[in-house]
Ligand binder design. Structure first.
Ligand SMILES: Cc1cc2nc3c(=O)[nH]c(=O)nc-3n(C[C@H](O)[C@H](O)[C@H](O)COP(=O)(O)O)c2cc1C
Length: 231
């Protein structure tokens, strides 16, 4: 796929066909993605490829946490813009709400429909029933600044490279929301920090949620052109 076309068409895939993705394909994908840039070429990322019974066990453990009402507590802090409670505020919150509205409309979830909402939340914590997940971790010694940027670049690179294999992805923070369960099921040692994950599989393009086309802020609100020194 042509590069700009890939940037245009990539979207988060939140429903997958049950078809498995072969280990060879996933390894080819990772092999391509490790060409991603990183600060001083430190390549801080490490990957846990989770599939089969392990992924099912993780889904089960996560849904148990959600049903028990355990608040998410990822090792990378949730943005804390609202003062005491985690979450976004201002324009960032507005964008989050706009996304949720679009999504719930496609899913047929109305205001106050708690059971449907709970079911959808559980779907997210089953990582959209994807046949595979990639968990990105970095060494605990690197847990600040640039290595996080590098890991974000890796997540993006994986999402774009996946298109070339006919695969869809969703970068999912929720996949690292319950670190104790994640570490226990996947066997992630304490010397590694969990950062983010991706669900990955062959997209079910018939699914309503995959019709979602998320909005973008107008460029004029984001760009400051500077061609003269300010002082
Ligand atoms: C760091 C990061 C974390 C994300 N976490 C989640 C998540 O937990 N659940 C989810 O459904 N989508 C998650 N997303 C996907 C975003 O919601 C999505 O990228 C955004 O709405 C833009 O839509 P698009 O990817 O379809 O262009 C995450 C994306 C990023 C980059």
């Amino acid at each position: 796929m042509e590069l700009l076309e890939a940037i245009r068409v990539r979207k988060s895939v939140r429903a997958y066909k049950p078809d498995p993705v072969s280990e060879d394909t996933l390894m080819d994908l990772l092999n391509a993605a490790v060409r991603a840039p990183s600060s001083v070429n430190s390549q801080p990322w490490e990957f846990f490829l989770v599939m089969g019974d392990a992924l099912d066990a993780l889904r089960k453990a996560y849904v148990e946490q959600v049903r028990a009402g355990v608040p998410p507590h990822p090792e990378i802090a949730i943005p804390q813009q609202k003062g005491t409670s985690p979450g976004l505020a201002g324009v960032y919150r507005d964008r989050q709400i706009a996304l949720a509205k679009q999504m719930f409309q496609l899913l047929g979830i109305g205001k106050g429909e708690k059971d449907k909402m709970q079911a959808w939340t559980e779907t997210m914590y089953r990582f959209y029933d994807a046949p595979a997940a990639i968990i990105l971790v970095i060494d605990e010694a690197l847990i600040s600044g640039w290595p996080l940027v590098d890991t974000g670049l890796m997540a993006g690179t994986l999402a774009y490279a996946a298109l070339e294999y006919g695969l869809g992805t969703c970068i999912i923070r929720a996949i690292v929301d319950y670190p104790e369960q994640l570490r226990a099921v996947v066997g992630i040692p304490n010397s590694k920090q969990t950062i983010v994950g991706l669900s990955i599989g062959y997209p079910d393009w018939e699914a309503p949620v995959n019709q979602l086309d998320s909005e973008r802020e107008a460029l004029k609100n984001l760009v400051t052109l500077v061609d003269q020194p300010k002082s």
